[in-house]
Design a protein around this ligand. Structure first.
Ligand code: ZN
Length: 305
């Protein structure tokens, strides 16, 4: 039996540490990105939660801005996509970016064949697929990127969870879809929740706070604010609770622990920047035929075949 190195570094999983600090900062060529330890053990996956570092964009968009929609120079954004494609050795046309419209719609992509004919077909905030060699992407600058992988059936899903989508329960909806469409078992679903604005910085008004009051365990992610009629929202925890309430074991869920607004040296933050900024890319892809060899039995026993 081999013991994964992240297990040695983090002998206590779940519970008190809530899966935090299990992300690793990695650099490929110029690109700096975070990887979830539990996803890194799945050898059928490529995944990255990119930072803002390693690109060609300047000033407010410095430097790895992956969005054409925020006012950055088009040729700089193209250069950034080129750098990403080169670093991961994935052809540019294999990256799929959806429109992200703050809904709870999930785009299910079949293993083969065409899957969209117009840009409007891409109005979704989640993607689920078993298709190989398709890098499904989520752009963020405070919103929560939530990644799912069924390590046995080799299904992946990515979610863009801003407050509206989170209030609509998008992460729970993805879990239900994985179960209903793909037959995923809860104990096989791994979850990595990437960098997002933290409860330290995400002040919300009564409209936003009220949208979460009907959710179970909202006392765990909704807090009084310092100012009148304001609250502090922990969007990562809101999504983590949604996922745990679907009976996915807590030990299967990792969170990055990074606040995008506090760490603008590493990440773009819409709130932290005042609104003019870039978007980082988060992507995941099924590589090919290589199986995932990680089997989790319980908190302490891991078998790598
Ligand atoms: Zn913060």
């Amino acid at each position: 039996m081999l013991i994964p190195k992240w297990l040695i570094q983090h002998p206590r999983l779940g519970g008190e540490n809530k899966g935090k600090k299990m992300f690793t900062l990695v650099k490929k060529n110029s690109i700096e990105f975070l990887q979830s330890s539990i996803f890194s053990e799945c050898d059928f996956l490529v995944h990255a939660f990119c930072t803002r570092n390693g690109g060609a964009s300047q000033d407010d968009y410095a430097s790895l801005n992956m969005s054409f929609r925020e006012g950055d120079e088009e040729n700089k954004v193209l250069q950034n996509w080129g750098r990403l494609a080169t670093a991961f050795d994935i052809p540019l046309e294999k990256f799929l970016v959806v429109n992200q419209v703050h809904s709870d719609d999930i785009f299910v992509i079949n293993p083969s064949g065409d899957y969209f004919s117009s840009r409007e077909d891409l109005n979704h905030d989640a993607i689920a697929t078993s298709r190989k060699n398709l890098a499904i992407c989520i752009k963020t600058a405070d919103c929560v990127p939530v990644f799912f992988a069924d390590r046995v059936k080799k299904i992946i899903a990515v979610v863009h969870a801003g407050w509206r989508s989170s209030a609509l329960g998008i992460s729970a909806k993805v879990v239900r879809l994985l179960h209903e469409i793909y037959g995923s078992f809860m104990q096989d679903i791994l979850v990595a929740i990437g960098p997002a604005i933290g409860k330290c910085c995400y002040e919300v008004d009564a409209t936003v706070a009220n949208a979460f009051r009907k959710q179970k365990n909202n006392e765990a992610f909704l807090f009084p604010g310092a100012r009148t009629n304001k609250g502090m929202l922990d969007l990562v925890e809101a999504n983590r609770r949604q996922i745990m309430n679907c009976n996915i074991p807590e030990r299967n869920i990792e969170t990055s622990g990074f606040c995008t607004s506090c760490r603008q040296d590493l990440f773009f933050s819409h709130r932290g920047s005042g609104g003019i900024t870039g978007r980082q890319i988060n992507f995941m892809m099924i590589k090919g035929e290589a199986p995932c060899h990680v089997h989790i039995f319980d908190d302490k026993n891991y078998l790598v075949q």
